[in-house]
Design a protein around this ligand. Structure first.
Ligand code: IMP
Length: 200
């Protein structure tokens, strides 16, 4: 296992993601610092893959701060829509779209598509030790589900009220602790830790 990093900058401003990433960071680094606290401006997500965007965000944060950096990128892939909204999940209904508009657009796009409307959340984490790190650590997590006919539940965020699990509950109906244990991000975090521990 590599020696812990003294400080690690995290390229997200989302409070929920930060809380999840802090748990991981405890093993990776002595201190984790959200990039906003260091004045880093959010990078534009110009790549067409989750891995590409996660790496772009990590390198951007490392370049701006001179510190090792951790970033994530995630989204929803719907089989009947050939993987859309994918990397465009946050802005599916347009730049600045809110969760409600994105969910409405998703339901409209799936009108007439019979169940099971299979879908998955995907998350990729990227860790770089420096902006030009030639061997970044990348880890992915996938959470399988399907798109419900109507939104249900008040928890979570984003597409959670429409993301239905095997047992019929939506991700928005899970207790937060259960979602944080099972989610695509939790799986990516576990995979990143395993990759970190396997380093010489
Ligand atoms: P990111 O911040 O670029 O990773 O944006 C990811 C987008 O994908 C979010 O804005 C949501 O629309 C969607 N998404 C990712 N993870 C989740 C989740 O756990 N629940 C609901 N929506 C999610």
């Amino acid at each position: 296992m590599a020696a812990p990093l003294p400080r690690l900058v995290v390229a997200t401003a989302n409070a929920g993601k930060l809380a999840e990433l802090r748990a991981l960071a405890r093993e990776l680094a002595a201190t984790i610092v959200p990039q906003v606290e260091l004045g880093v401006v959010t990078a534009e997500e110009t790549e067409d893959s989750f891995a590409g965007n996660a790496l772009l965000k990590a390198r951007h944060a490392a370049r701006a701060t001179g510190l090792p950096a951790l970033a994530d990128d995630s989204g929803l892939e719907v089989e009947a829509l050939h993987g859309a909204p994918g990397v465009y999940s946050a802005r599916y209904a347009g730049a600045g779209a809110d969760d409600r508009a994105n969910n409405d657009k998703l339901l409209a796009a799936l009108a007439g598509v019979a169940p099971p409307r299979r879908a998955r959340y995907r998350a990729v984490l990227a860790l770089v030790r420096a902006a030009d790190d030639p061997r970044p650590l990348l880890a992915e997590g996938v959470w399988e589900g399907r798109i419900a006919a109507v939104p249900r539940g008040a928890g979570g965020f984003g597409y959670d009220p429409l993301f239905e699990l095997e047992d019929g509950r939506t991700a928005a109906e899970l207790p937060a602790a259960e979602k944080n244990r099972r989610s695509h991000r939790a799986q990516a975090l576990a995979a990143l830790l395993a990759a970190w521990r396997a380093l010489p």
